[in-house]
Design a protein around this ligand. Structure first.
Ligand code: CO
Length: 134
Protein backbone atom coordinates (compact mmCIF):
# COMPACT_ATOMS: atom_id res chain seq x y z
CA UNK A 1 0.00 0.00 0.00
CA UNK A 2 2.64 2.57 0.94
CA UNK A 3 4.78 3.90 -1.87
CA UNK A 4 7.79 6.16 -2.01
CA UNK A 5 9.34 7.61 1.12
CA UNK A 6 8.37 11.22 0.44
CA UNK A 7 10.34 12.73 3.31
CA UNK A 8 11.87 12.27 6.70
CA UNK A 9 11.00 15.18 8.99
CA UNK A 10 13.57 16.31 11.52
CA UNK A 11 12.65 18.78 14.25
CA UNK A 12 15.22 21.32 15.33
CA UNK A 13 15.40 24.30 17.66
CA UNK A 14 17.98 25.98 15.39
CA UNK A 15 16.96 25.80 11.76
CA UNK A 16 19.96 27.73 10.44
CA UNK A 17 22.39 25.47 12.26
CA UNK A 18 20.61 22.32 11.04
CA UNK A 19 20.43 23.66 7.46
CA UNK A 20 24.16 24.41 7.57
CA UNK A 21 24.89 20.83 8.65
CA UNK A 22 23.12 19.39 5.61
CA UNK A 23 24.35 22.11 3.21
CA UNK A 24 27.94 22.65 4.30
CA UNK A 25 28.95 19.49 6.13
CA UNK A 26 26.98 16.90 4.17
CA UNK A 27 26.99 18.80 0.87
CA UNK A 28 23.27 18.56 0.08
CA UNK A 29 21.10 21.02 -1.84
CA UNK A 30 19.12 22.94 0.77
CA UNK A 31 16.23 25.39 0.27
CA UNK A 32 15.82 28.73 1.96
CA UNK A 33 13.67 28.71 5.13
CA UNK A 34 9.93 28.97 4.52
CA UNK A 35 7.62 30.06 7.35
CA UNK A 36 4.36 28.09 7.26
CA UNK A 37 2.22 29.81 9.89
CA UNK A 38 -0.81 27.65 9.07
CA UNK A 39 1.25 24.57 10.03
CA UNK A 40 3.09 26.13 12.99
CA UNK A 41 6.54 25.43 11.58
CA UNK A 42 9.27 26.98 9.48
CA UNK A 43 10.61 24.46 6.97
CA UNK A 44 13.84 23.90 5.10
CA UNK A 45 13.86 21.21 2.41
CA UNK A 46 16.96 19.12 1.87
CA UNK A 47 16.76 17.69 -1.65
CA UNK A 48 18.04 14.14 -2.08
CA UNK A 49 17.82 11.85 -5.11
CA UNK A 50 14.36 10.32 -4.89
CA UNK A 51 13.43 11.75 -1.50
CA UNK A 52 13.98 14.65 0.83
CA UNK A 53 14.49 15.66 4.40
CA UNK A 54 12.34 18.37 5.92
CA UNK A 55 13.87 20.35 8.73
CA UNK A 56 11.16 21.74 11.01
CA UNK A 57 11.52 24.56 13.51
CA UNK A 58 8.59 25.50 15.76
CA UNK A 59 6.76 28.67 14.69
CA UNK A 60 4.27 30.51 16.89
CA UNK A 61 2.52 29.66 20.14
CA UNK A 62 0.71 26.47 19.20
CA UNK A 63 3.26 24.68 17.09
CA UNK A 64 2.38 21.00 16.60
CA UNK A 65 6.03 20.16 17.32
CA UNK A 66 6.24 22.14 20.59
CA UNK A 67 5.70 19.08 22.78
CA UNK A 68 8.23 17.09 20.80
CA UNK A 69 10.81 19.85 21.35
CA UNK A 70 10.05 19.82 25.09
CA UNK A 71 10.79 16.10 25.21
CA UNK A 72 13.71 16.36 22.78
CA UNK A 73 15.37 19.75 23.31
CA UNK A 74 18.15 18.92 20.83
CA UNK A 75 15.62 17.91 18.18
CA UNK A 76 15.54 14.61 16.31
CA UNK A 77 13.54 12.56 13.84
CA UNK A 78 9.91 13.65 14.10
CA UNK A 79 8.09 11.62 11.43
CA UNK A 80 8.33 9.62 8.22
CA UNK A 81 6.08 10.41 5.28
CA UNK A 82 5.04 7.73 2.81
CA UNK A 83 3.09 8.34 -0.37
CA UNK A 84 -0.19 6.55 -1.02
CA UNK A 85 -2.32 6.56 -4.19
CA UNK A 86 -5.66 6.96 -2.40
CA UNK A 87 -5.59 8.44 1.08
CA UNK A 88 -9.20 7.59 1.95
CA UNK A 89 -8.75 3.96 0.90
CA UNK A 90 -5.53 3.83 2.94
CA UNK A 91 -7.29 5.33 5.97
CA UNK A 92 -10.20 2.90 5.76
CA UNK A 93 -7.90 -0.08 5.43
CA UNK A 94 -5.78 1.04 8.39
CA UNK A 95 -8.68 1.87 10.68
CA UNK A 96 -10.21 -1.48 9.70
CA UNK A 97 -7.07 -3.07 11.10
CA UNK A 98 -7.40 -1.11 14.34
CA UNK A 99 -4.88 1.66 13.65
CA UNK A 100 -5.70 5.11 14.98
CA UNK A 101 -5.61 8.30 12.91
CA UNK A 102 -4.63 11.49 14.72
CA UNK A 103 -7.17 14.30 14.93
CA UNK A 104 -10.65 13.86 13.50
CA UNK A 105 -9.60 11.22 10.99
CA UNK A 106 -10.14 13.43 7.96
CA UNK A 107 -7.25 14.27 5.62
CA UNK A 108 -5.82 17.79 5.99
CA UNK A 109 -3.86 19.84 3.50
CA UNK A 110 -0.21 19.26 4.30
CA UNK A 111 2.90 21.38 3.86
CA UNK A 112 3.04 20.51 0.13
CA UNK A 113 -0.60 21.36 -0.56
CA UNK A 114 -1.63 17.69 -0.77
CA UNK A 115 -3.96 15.66 1.48
CA UNK A 116 -2.22 14.12 4.49
CA UNK A 117 -3.05 12.03 7.55
CA UNK A 118 -0.97 11.14 10.59
CA UNK A 119 -1.06 7.68 12.19
CA UNK A 120 -0.77 7.21 15.92
CA UNK A 121 2.85 6.44 16.86
CA UNK A 122 1.73 3.94 19.52
CA UNK A 123 0.28 1.78 16.74
CA UNK A 124 3.50 1.91 14.68
CA UNK A 125 6.34 1.03 16.98
CA UNK A 126 6.82 4.52 18.36
CA UNK A 127 7.14 6.14 14.91
CA UNK A 128 4.86 8.97 13.80
CA UNK A 129 3.85 8.20 10.22
CA UNK A 130 2.41 10.70 7.77
CA UNK A 131 0.59 9.48 4.67
CA UNK A 132 0.44 11.83 1.71
CA UNK A 133 -1.69 11.32 -1.37
CA UNK A 134 0.89 11.78 -4.10
CO1 CO B 1 5.74 15.76 6.90
Amino acid sequence: MIGRLNHVAIATSDLEKSAALYRDTLGARVSTPKPQPEHGVTTVFVELPGSKIELLEPLGENSPIANFMKRNPDGGIHHLCFEVDDILAARDRLTGEGARILGDGEPKTGAHGKPVLFLHPKDFGGVLIELEQA
